[in-house]
Design a protein around this ligand. Sequence first.
Ligand code: FMN
Length: 336
Amino acid sequence: MLYSLARPLLFSLAPERAHELTLSLLKSAHRMGMMRQSIASKPVTCMGIQFPNPVGLAAGLDKNGAYIDALAGLGFGFIEIGTITPRPQVGNPHPRLFRLVEAKAIINRMGFNNDGVDQLVENVKASKFKGILGINIGKNADTPVENAVDDYLICLEKVYNYASYVTVNISSPNTKNLRSLQSGDALTELLETLRKRQLELAEEHQHYVPLVLKVAPDLTAEDIEFIAKQLLQFKIDGLIVTNTTLSREGVENLKYADEAGGLSGAPVFEKSTACLAAFSKALDGQIPLIGVGGILSGEQALAKQNAGANLVQIYSGLIYTGPTLIKDCVDALKPL
Ligand SMILES: Cc1cc2nc3c(=O)[nH]c(=O)nc-3n(C[C@H](O)[C@H](O)[C@H](O)COP(=O)(O)O)c2cc1C
């Protein structure tokens, strides 16, 4: 209700300004005890973690973990913060976020703007949230892709004690060559190194934190086969399918469709869900799947579940539909 009143005002502002304003209003409303959505309990156990419900916030909305408590008040079953990089970075020049309203879509080329992993850890420490927190890690734009593993290792080590699970993001289209880590020896080296370090950290801290990979929807059948084999070989705990797409199918000729960046929201749903179904087939239930991409209704969340998702996440749908989408998705999903 509140969101449908605020939406025309927010949509009249530049998208990044609206994003910042929404988050700071949410934080104020939360502080005043005004922001609480009660959501049915629908517990799911996945990766050894008990989630209160299977609907999570996707990475990128709260990159620094500065709004965790306020976002938790909306009733998410889990919250993923990040992508965070070892050092702070400003991201790409503005404008870098575009609304394609007719298509209920977004194009972004933010480029991992973030305050750096140390600040994220401080923000997590300061939050009161006791729920399931995913921390999504990446590499700095100026780290050569050949040294990407070092950046992921730095972030993994720093966030290990503060995360319920850690997501390795190799699928943003806005960091040069990042997606090359999804194939060949680069993927093998990355997964092997991170898995080894994860097991050492588990031993050191006497506490196991699952490692999750996040992939793009723009993968061929061969890419999917290869990634699935690697995930099984290195016993990666989970897979998030998918990030944004480079495709412009479904938005051709719309204003901003030619802007560079990743497309999310309604037009990515089919591609992302097909990718999820292909991974589900290739992995045959051996690795849990988190379905994300184009969920704008409870039925679409259910379609992700039917395609093999154990959990789902939303981002663009929240911008277009508001927080009631969380409740609609929880209500639509079958108990697992
Ligand atoms: C503005 C914006 C920023 C994003 N930033 C990140 C990010 O930092 N890391 C990441 O893994 N995904 C990021 N994403 C991708 C989302 O987490 C999600 O995978 C994608 O948008 C598809 O879901 P949706 O259609 O529900 O938005 C971002 C998406 C948007 C729209």
